[in-house]
Design a protein around this ligand. Structure first.
Ligand code: ADP
Ligand code: MN
Ligand code: MN
Ligand code: MN
Length: 361
């Protein structure tokens, strides 16, 4: 074949939570994915009378599903004058990451999600409810685990694509799962997260299952779905005081962060089910009932990272990583890294992904 398939992926304008869209472009081998267009009037991004929007490739990786030379092309959406579309949250994230590059922010995001088959979570009985929460988190066995074959296919696909997936686990509510991306920079972590989300939807589709990031997929005594956001500056990776200062800085802008951490956050951050109330900011060592947790190893080692537990599963990582970078780094001193905070820690290396035959499903 003298052509390859490039799957152009973008974030649409659906409110209150944007959706992913994608379409396929056939490109001659040897040519790179270039700017393309789409009908913004069908994605809540433009009026029908002036419908053209622009797709600008932002992050390209091997397509683990199609294999061969095929590519996934995550795009930014632009207006036809080549400025960022109002729904484009990546452009501002790039600007903020550049502004505070001296702090070398790393992010590790824990993406929780729920599989649905029809109108109920995967594995739930047709009538009524499964047994109460308790045995499902990190469980094993057909009575506790639903959808593992999809999770395995998704993990393999992320690895083949070269995404920095860090792990997976079964969650507290049956049918609910988690994968983690990171640690890497704000833009890189977010690019990998959006691509991994697309792969999750796409792979679950082949199993006749819908993966949802709904932050409270089942009302009542069932855990919601979050996207705990772990982060560190290079100063935090070197000493403890900057870790505490970062938690304090987040507390000073708590309302701004809550407003931007995903639609429906009030229904999830109730104060029950391992959450803190969205009305009150708290932080503490090992405290999974706090807004922000300082992991025990970090308190012991007197350096490391902290976990913002507030973001919803349906949050936009470009928005969340931008806000945290801005809040934490501006409090630490605009664009300046403290001279005693130089860290020797390096980002973990991952061999560059090669395109290979389509991942086994
Ligand atoms: P939890 O105990 O909250 O379930 P996880 O193991 O699911 O924690 O996720 C922890 C995340 O923190 C991982 O994504 C990991 O990559 C990330 N992480 C580890 N060290 C750092 C660091 N120094 N800076 C930012 N993120 C980090
Ligand atoms: Mn986790
Ligand atoms: Mn979790
Ligand atoms: Mn966590």
């Amino acid at each position: 074949m003298n052509f390859y398939k490039a799957e152009y992926i973008w974030i649409d304008g659906t409110k209150p939570t944007a959706k992913l869209r994608s379409k396929t472009k056939i490109i001659p081998k040897g040519e790179k994915p270039m700017i393309w267009g789409f009908d913004g009037s069908s994605t809540n991004q433009a009026p029908g009378s002036n419908s053209d929007c622009v797709l600008k490739p932002a992050f390209i990786c091997p397509d683990p599903l199609r294999g061969g030379d095929n590519k996934l092309v995550l795009c930014e959406v632009l207006l036809t004058d080549m400025t960022p579309h109002p729904t484009n949250t990546r452009a501002a994230c790039v600007d903020t990451a550049k502004k505070y590059a001296a702090h070398d922010m790393w992010f590790g995001i824990e993406q929780e999600y729920t599989f649905f088959e029809g109108s109920k979570p995967l594995g739930w009985p047709d009538n009524g409810f499964p047994g109460p929460q308790g045995p499902y988190y990190c469980g094993v066995g057909a009575d506790e685990v639903f959808g593992r074959e999809i999770v395995e296919a998704h993990t393999d696909a992320c690895l083949t694509a070269g995404l920095l997936i860090a792990g997976t686990n079964g969650e507290v509510m049956p049918g609910q799962w988690e994968f983690q991306i990171g640690p890497n920079g704000p833009v890189e972590c977010s690019d990998h997260m959006w691509t991994a989300r697309w792969l999750l939807y796409r792979i679950a589709e082949d199993f006749g299952v819908n993966a949802t990031l709904d932050p409270k997929p089942v009302r009542g005594d069932w855990n919601g779905a979050g996207a705990h956001t772990n982060f560190s500056t290079k100063e935090m990776r070197a000493s403890y005081a900057p870790c505490v200062a970062a938690a304090e800085a987040l507390g000073k802008k708590a309302a701004l962060h809550i407003e931007n951490y995903g639609a429906g956050i009030e229904a999830r951050l109730t104060g029950a089910h391992e959450t803190a109330s969205y009305k009150k900011f708290t932080y503490g060592v090992s405290d999974r009932g706090a807004s922000v947790r300082i992991p025990w190893q970090v308190a012991r080692d007197k350096k490391g990272y902290i976990e913002d537990r507030r973001p919803n599963a349906n949050m936009d990582p470009y928005v969340v990583t931008r806000l945290i970078t801005d809040t934490v780094c501006s409090a630490a001193g605009a664009g300046k890294a403290s001279s005693n905070g130089a860290s020797k820690a390096k980002l973990p290396a991952r061999p560059k992904a090669k395109a290979k035959a389509a991942a086994k499903r």
